[in-house]
Write a protein that binds this ligand. Structure first.
Ligand code: SF4
Length: 324
C-alpha cells in the first residue's frame, strides 16, 4: 500500500519507511520450501496452496512449485483453507495437503478448516503448517545489535485478531512508539503523522488508528479457535533465524491432520541463494533497491528470492511501483 500510493515521495528525506517481516511467504525459510517441493512429487498427493507460494524458489534457484507442476506434480491454487478442505472432500481417493502460510491473520481460518474436517470425518485432508506469530519476530528484530528503527506501523489485519493488547509490549517494554494502521493511503499517512508526533514529543505509546477493525481485545472467538488447534513451537524465519515460540504447530489431538507427521520428509540442508538479500530486506537492514540483483538478475518474471514473488513482498512492490 505504501509503494502503490507513492507515499515515500511525500516524505522528508530524514524519514524512511522500511518493510519488516510482514510478508508470510517471504519469511518462510528455503528449507521449508525445499520440503514442500519434495512432497509435491509424491504420487497420490495434491498440494493445495495460496497462489503466492507457487513461484517461490527453494534453495535451488528456479525450482518452485510451479516448476514441479510442470514436471507432473498436482498443485492446486486455493483462496482459503476451507477451499482446500472442499478439494479433499471432492477427491477422496487423493490426499490433499494444504500449505498453511501466514500469521495470526490466517491461523484461525486454518484451524476452523481442521475442526470442520474432523467433524465431517474428512481424513484425506492435512495441513503443513508454516504459520507464524508476529510478536516473537518483532521482539527478535528489536533485540538485534544493528536494530535502528524509531517506531512501528503495526499491521491492522494482525491487530484485528490479537487486538491492541498484542502490541502494547512495544512501548511498554522497549520504549518505542507504535501505531496500528489500516491499509488505505490516508490511514498510513495518519499513522506516520501520529508516530512522528510521538517522536517529536518524546513519547512512546500505542495508538490505534484502525478502530473500525481493531478492538482492544481483538477477536477472542478467532483466537479461541486458533488456540484450540495450534500450539507455539520454535520456528525458523528467513533473515531472523530460529525464534522460540514463534511458529504454530497442530496440537497432539489433531495429529491425524498434521501434514508434517503424515508425510515426513528430510531434505539436505542448503544455505539460501547466495546472491539474494531477502533476509536483509525483511529485517529492514537494506531497501530492495540496495540489493545488487534488484531489477537486473531478479525481477517479478524471474525472481531469485521470495520478496520478489509475493504481492506482499517488499522487492516486488518496489519494482512494480518504481518512480512513484
Ligand atoms: Fe532477493 Fe531479488 Fe529482492 Fe535481491 S531483489 S533481495 S535477489 S528478491
Amino acid at each position: 500500500a505504501i509503494a502503490r500510493s507513492g507515499i515515500r515521495s511525500l516524505l522528508p528525506e530524514k524519514l524512511s519507511l522500511l518493510s519488516g517481516p510482514g510478508c508470510p511467504v517471504c519469511v518462510t525459510g528455503a528449507e521449508e520450501i525445499d520440503k514442500i517441493l519434495e512432497l509435491a512429487m509424491e504420487p497420490g498427493l495434491t498440494i493445495a496452496s495460496y497462489g503466492d507460494m507457487l513461484r517461490v524458489p527453494g534453495s535451488v534457484p528456479g525450482d518452485s512449485l510451479q516448476r514441479r507442476r510442470a514436471l507432473g506434480a498436482k498443485v492446486e491454487v486455493v483462496y482459503s483453507a476451507m477451499d482446500a478442505l472442499e478439494l479433499a472432500a471432492a477427491e477422496p481417493e487423493r490426499e490433499v495437503l494444504f500449505l498453511a502460510v501466514g500469521f495470526e491473520t490466517t491461523a484461525p481460518g486454518t484451524a476452523a478448516a481442521v475442526l470442520e474436517a474432523r467433524e465431517r470425518g474428512i481424513r484425506n485432508f492435512s495441513v503443513f503448517s508454516l504459520l507464524k506469530s508476529v510478536e516473537p519476530a518483532l521482539r527478535s528484530l528489536i533485540a538485534r545489535e544493528d536494530f535502528n528503527i524509531q517506531g512501528f506501523i503495526c499491521p491492522g489485519h494482525v491487530a484485528s485478531i490479537i487486538g491492541e493488547q498484542g502490541f502494547h509490549f512495544i512501548p511498554e517494554e522497549y520504549g518505542l512508539p507504535g501505531v496500528i494502521a489500516g491499509f488505505e493511503p490516508e490511514e498510513i499517512l495518519l499513522a506516520i503523522c501520529r508516530l512522528t508526533g510521538q517522536l517529536a514529543r518524546g513519547e512512546a505509546r500505542l495508538e490505534n488508528c484502525y478502530k473500525r477493525a481493531v478492538r482492544p481485545e481483538g477477536n477472542p472467538l478467532a483466537r479461541a479457535v486458533m488456540d484450540s488447534c495450534f500450539q507455539l513451537r520454535r520456528d525458523s524465519w528467513r533473515g531472523l533465524g530460529e525464534i522460540e515460540n514463534s511458529g504454530f504447530k497442530l496440537r497432539e489431538e489433531f495429529a491425524d491432520f498434521d501434514g508434517e507427521r503424515k508425510f515426513p520428509v528430510e531434505v539436505e540442508l542448503r544455505s539460501d541463494c547466495a546472491v539474494c538479500c531477502c533476509g536483509d530486506v525483511i529485517c529492514g537492514r537494506i531497501r530492495p533497491e540496495d540489493c545488487p540483483m534488484f531489477g537486473e538478475g531478479c525481477t517479478p518474471e524471474d525472481p531469485l528470492g521470495p520478496c520478489m514473488v509475493s504481492s506482499e513482498g517488499a522487492c516486488a512492490a518496489e519494482y512494480k511501483y518504481r518512480g512513484l
